[in-house]
Design a protein around this ligand. Structure first.
Ligand SMILES: [Zn+2]
Length: 331
């Protein structure tokens, strides 16, 4: 049950602030892992709720129930199919059968067909009489055609529809889309809020701090790390294992996961090199930093590698090459 009380405390606080403001279109922006989806869903649920309070949706009325079971006639969620499936939202029948019959794969972008349905939805009369809501997430997964289709509806919204565009890369949105929305920058939670929340989600107390650091302070990314099957304590061993060129520690990671980890290692060593505190690793887990020009060159190379990481030619070889390069950089 997606009751408001289930929202993380820093999300609930933002929800309260946004609900007292008017505006037919919100743009929630910030880096991944800060809870854009949770806040977006909390807002639309509160708008459609039959007994909303200052805290947001009641969590128990028929409208809240309809959202919890993903069948609210006045809510349209606009997401890439991969995200719909991951978050448990049903696809339309045609798309589901095309995917089941392997005619195509679930799309990673928001499809123009789904956008057309959303625009049609916006024109219809509200079924429950409390207006309608459209939740777009992640909004940056609209291509130009899809975004332009939405733009017309944002510019001249039919009276009773409100929008939340939740984005993890708002700079990729069309400026014309951004300018039609009220922007809200997602708030970073304090460690003292994020650690208990992670433990409530089932993360072991011994791992919570490591994971939160590994995710750069973004709690939902930390939770995703916990769910990725990788042992959090390996994160702490990573810097010195890379220095020794040990492949076993990361042999089952994807190239993208390893490149992300090496980027963070490189960042922290650069920070140490100029006397700043590391962000992703504990200082005691880091080797002494190599010279800055060496680290800068490694950082640039990692940036180039990350472009090929989605479709590596040979995953095993790529991991080996990355570890070997890391060893050279760290010695
Ligand atoms: Zn309710």
């Amino acid at each position: 049950m997606a009751a408001m009380s289930a929202l993380a405390p820093w999300i609930a606080e933002q929800s309260r602030q946004l609900l007292v403001q008017r505006g037919h279109a919100w743009l929630l922006q910030g880096p991944s892992g800060l809870g854009q989806y949770s806040l977006g869903l909390g807002l639309v649920q509160a708008w459609l709720c039959e007994q909303p309070t200052e805290q947001g949706a009641c969590g128990s009325c028929p409208s809240c129930h309809a959202i919890a079971v993903r069948t609210h006639a006045d809510l349209c969620v606009l997401m890439p199919e991969t995200v719909m499936l991951a978050l448990g939202w049903p696809l339309d029948e045609k798309s589901q059968s095309d995917i089941d019959e392997k005619k195509r794969k679930p799309s990673k972008e928001i499809r123009i067909e789904a956008m057309r349905d959303a625009i049609e939805f916006a024109q219809r009369t509200s079924a429950r009489g409390r207006g309608k809501a459209v939740l777009v997430y992640p909004a940056e997964r609209m291509n130009h055609v899809t975004a332009n289709a939405l733009l017309k509806t944002l510019e001249e919204p039919p009276g009773d529809v409100r929008f939340v565009l939740a984005s993890e890369a708002a700079h990729q949105l069309l400026p014309t889309i951004r300018s039609r929305c009220l922007a809200h920058g997602m708030v970073w939670p304090q460690e003292a809020q994020a650690l208990p929340w992670l433990q409530q989600q089932g993360v072991a107390p011994a791992d919570a701090r490591t994971l939160l650091r590994a995710a750069g302070g973004r709690p939902e990314d930390a939770l995703a790390f916990a769910g990725s099957g990788r042992d959090p304590q390996r994160w702490r061993s990573l810097p010195r294992a890379m220095q020794r060129g040990e492949l076993t520690l990361v042999a089952d990671w994807s190239p993208a996961q390893l490149i992300d980890a090496l980027h963070k290692l490189c960042h922290d060593l650069l920070a140490l090199g100029v006397g700043a505190a590391p962000r992703y690793f504990e200082a005691e887990d880091l080797p002494s930093p190599p010279p800055v020009p060496m680290l800068s060159r490694w950082q640039r190379e990692l940036g180039q590698e990350s472009r090929g990481a989605e479709h590596p030619f040979n995953t095993g070889l790529m991991i080996e090459a990355l570890v070997s390069r890391a060893q050279t950089a760290l010695n």
